[in-house]
Design a protein around this ligand. Structure first.
Ligand SMILES: CC(C)(COP(=O)(O)OP(=O)(O)OC[C@H]1O[C@@H](n2cnc3c(N)ncnc32)[C@H](O)[C@@H]1OP(=O)(O)O)[C@@H](O)C(=O)NCCC(=O)NCCS
Length: 386
């Protein structure tokens, strides 16, 4: 039976899930019943990982268990590290990460197992190791030796240490912890859907995550983060923000629909497939961005971002999304611009794996296409074709 066509599956309910919901009208994001604003301010990333995978916030003992498991699983397999040393230094960090996860899948001790227990063990290893892979990519491409992660401490502190080559300050650690919590999960976005489509075929968890990483890479999804920072740096001064945005909006008004669809003709960090009002994560990130850039002496960048935000609000209905103020936070933490999407991945691995593990108990995902090709016609032999 044919079902009504919805371009881009917009607003189509495609799976049952008890992990997360987004209320686009009210601007709410809820992980397993908990508001993201409460989680960001009061829970650590390890608590959120347990919540996403098990449905409840952990007890003290459960928190110790998940924290210990993650810390003990950080060290990369020698073969994975050896393969990472061969990637071109010019590769985009997300491409390197995608390849490293694929390689890790072949060396995983549970590579042939797809039981719930095996998938939980793989989820722990992936969640522990993806931040290490991101840090390792950053070191290797700069010609530096990777930092061997320690089997203790928080994911946030370990991540910053392997990425930046030095122990983070308590403020930087807390900031990264909040970044990880805010980016851990977001319902059925493109990368999560890709992971679920792969899991629904009973592929393996590493393959599901490779599919997710491939979908995350594009500028309509995770890649927007990097475009935000590039735009803010190109604006360069708060006084130039309003005319810059105004010029872009005026130019858009004269473009065709096709031209308007190009990423370079959009304002990165604004617009969302689900939110009709500002993304609730953006409010938390905005506060963080102000405090951190004040401390880092880069308040000018926060001021440019604020002017862009105000100009967009005055002139359009596009809500601000998660990628906008997080770009200012990454800049204040001295994180290279092209690493932003990989940081997103280092957090989202917990949500992706929660979804894949849920999907392994569900059915194949196989929608239909709205066919727009020619009607049935007679075959033309080669000799008669022009
Ligand atoms: C996220 C995004 C892909 C969602 O798109 P969507 O809900 O599918 O909406 P569409 O792409 O169909 O856009 C709807 C209209 O809004 C416009 N629009 C959406 N976001 C816009 C933006 N950031 N800047 C300018 N125009 C935008 C589109 O051009 C389109 O207008 P048109 O039909 O007159 O050409 C889109 O808002 C976008 O490209 N944003 C910028 C990239 C970004 O920040 N991505 C991160 C998302 S978390």
């Amino acid at each position: 039976m044919a079902v009504e066509f919805k371009a881009g599956l917009k607003d189509v309910i495609a799976v049952n899930s008890s992990i997360c919901t987004v209320d686009g009208e009210a601007g709410r994001l809820i992980y397993r019943g908990y508001d993201i604003r409460d989680l960001a301010r009061q829970a650590t990333y390890e608590e959120v990982v347990h919540l996403l995978w098990n449905g409840e916030l952990p007890t003290r003992t459960q928190l110790e268990t998940i924290s210990r498991q993650l810390a003990a699983s950080r060290v990369l397999d020698d073969n994975v590290l050896a393969s990472m040393r061969t990637y071109p230094r010019t590769a985009h960090p997300l491409e390197a990460l995608r390849t490293a996860v694929s390689v890790a899948g072949m060396y995983d001790p549970d590579s042939r197992a797809n039981t719930d227990e095996a998938n939980k063990r793989k989820a722990v290893r992936l969640t522990a190791q993806i931040p290490v892979m991101v840090g390792t990519v950053n070191r290797l491409r700069g010609g530096q030796e990777p930092v061997r992660p320690r089997a203790e401490g928080s994911t946030a502190a370990s991540f910053l240490t392997v990425m930046m080559g030095k122990e983070p300050s308590p403020v930087a650690e807390r900031t990264m912890d909040m970044i990880l919590v805010l980016h851990a999960e977001h319902e059925l976005n493109a990368s999560t859907f890709a992971a679920r489509v792969s899991a629904a075929t009973f592929s393996d968890l590493h393959s599901d995550i490779v599919a997710a990483l491939a979908a995350l890479k594009g500028p309509r999804h995770g890649g927007a983060n990097e475009d935000v920072l590039a735009m803010l740096l190109a604006i360069g001064d708060p006084s130039r923000a309003e005319p810059f945005i105004q010029r872009k909006l005026d130019a858009r008004a004269k473009m065709t629909h096709e031209e308007r669809a190009l990423p370079e003709n959009r304002i990165p960090g604004f617009g969302h497939a689900v939110y009709k009002v500002d993304d609730p994560r953006a409010g938390v990130l905005r506060e963080m961005a102000r405090e951190l850039s004040e401390e880092a002496g880069t308040l000018w960048l926060f001021e440019i971002a604020t002017k862009v935000y105000e100009t967009m609000h005055r002139n359009t209905d596009f809500p601000v999304n998660v990628d906008f103020f997080s770009a200012v936070v990454y800049h204040a933490l001295d994180i290279p611009i092209d690493l932003c999407t990989s940081i997103f991945a280092a957090a989202r691995i917990s949500g992706w794996s929660a979804h894949a593990m849920e999907q392994y108990h569900d059915r194949l995902i196989r929608p239909r296409a709205h066919y727009t090709g020619p009607a049935l016609r007679a075959f033309v032999p080669l000799a008669d074709r022009r």
